[in-house]
Design a protein around this ligand. Structure first.
Ligand code: ADP
Ligand code: MG
Length: 368
């Protein structure tokens, strides 16, 4: 018997670099996803495969699986095997399995191709082996697969979105409590859609910059005597900024606190059915990421500027920054022209022509 589960990639509508600060984010699932097919292997060895190009199948023994985090082997296989290793560490009996993944989420575009892999595999294994994992356990296993096996310090946003999003809804994620709430976001009712533009820029120093931002935020929280910056309220921001001598830390604090506030306001507008009203909050988020948090690159800034000039109601980078994708809230009939305008502006600037697609809030992990 085999089971198949599909888990989506995501875009983050708003709330960037807030997850590791105990703040708020508002992602939604995109239509692109990863399908994991899992069955019991006929022999004693585990067998994992991906339809991604240039990747050979990997076979390994139970002992290889036990030694996984410190061992060699292709990086992609760590995403597929990660959930199995984590389950084993948690005391579950993991028999020899055959796991095959097939994804159409572009990798490294800031759309969470990695979460689509770990969430589809975790869900499928839970189903096949009838482990009965709770929603919190599914999340913990998928996240630990990336944190502990791949070594990617993700804050949990991607896996929450991939597991828990629903069609026509965004997911309000609270990282202080690790709780989520589905919020209706009927963009289509207002003739709106989300245009995703992938700049195709992938910066090799992104990991180092991410780690530096995290450290800076933690240092600022320590100076302010807070468990995390997400605990700071907008009303207390001015007093907190006055206490910070380090300009860089002050900019980080201003971003995190103002971003949390924008997430709250975006969720309120969506709940009230005022979808078009969120546009200016998206654009303000981008400005904060550009000027205060400083994680944008010229390609991201140019894409946002061009999309706004082409009539988008709001636009911002999405994901960690230093490349990746931009999202824009646009009237459905204007998406193609806005994308074309971006391609033209990129051509003039001597950048690669960006990839793009439109999407509405889609389904989270489900049996395929
Ligand atoms: P993102 O999640 O934003 O796309 P990451 O760097 O977190 O970027 O994850 C990308 C990595 O996830 C890839 O380098 C690859 O190792 C793994 N991955 C993504 N899609 C697949 C796939 N279809 N098969 C195997 N591994 C994949
Ligand atoms: Mg990822």
């Amino acid at each position: 018997m085999t089971v198949r589960w599909r888990a989506p990639g995501r875009v983050n509508l708003i709330g960037e670099h807030t997850d590791y600060n105990g703040g708020l984010a508002l992602p939604f699932a995109i239509e692109h996803g990863c399908t994991a097919e899992v069955g019991l292997a006929p022999g004693r060895d585990l067998h994992v495969a991906t339809s991604a190009q240039e990747a050979d199948d990997v076979r390994l023994t139970a002992a290889d699986l036990a030694a996984l985090p410190g061992s060699d082997g292709p990086v992609w296989a760590r995403y597929v095997l990660g959930p199995l290793w984590v389950l084993r560490e948690r005391g579950y009996d993991v028999p020899p399995l055959e796991v095959r993944v097939d994804s159409d989420v572009p990798s490294g575009s800031g759309l969470s191709s990695s979460a689509a892999v770990v969430c589809s595999v975790t869900s499928a294994v839970d189903d096949l082996l009838e482990l009965g994992l709770s929603p919190d356990d599914l999340l913990a296993v998928a996240r630990a697969a990336e944190n502990d096996v791949v070594g990617a310090p993700t804050g949990g946003l991607d896996q929450m979105a991939s597991l828990r999003c629903r069609v026509g809804e965004v997911l309000l994620c609270d990282f202080a409590t690790t709780t989520t709430e589905n919020v209706p976001a009927d963009l289509a009712a207002d003739g709106l859609t989300v245009l995703v533009v992938d700049t195709l820029v992938r910066h090799s120093h992104a990991d180092g910059e991410y780690a530096a931002r995290r450290r800076g935020c933690e240092a600022a929280a320590a100076v302010l005597g807070l468990p995390a910056l997400g605990a700071l309220r907008t009303d207390d921001l001015a007093a907190a900024l006055a206490r910070l001598e380090d300009d860089e830390q002050a900019r980080y604090v201003r971003h995190v606190v103002s971003e949390d506030d924008r997430v709250r306001r975006t969720a309120e507008l969506l709940r009230a059915g005022r979808t078009a009203g969120i546009g200016s909050l998206l654009t303000a988020s981008h400005a904060s990421l550009r000027d205060d948090f400083r994680v944008t690159v010229p390609e991201l800034d140019l894409a946002v500027e061009t999309l706004l000039a082409a009539g988008a109601l709001g636009a911002r980078m999405t994901g960690g920054g230093f490349g990746g994708s931009v999202i824009a809230l646009v009237e459905e009939g204007r998406a193609t022209d806005a994308a074309a305008a971006t391609a033209e502006a990129f051509g003039r600037a001597g950048y690669r022509s960006p990839a793009w697609f439109t999407t509405l809030p889609s389904a989270g992990a489900r049996r395929a």
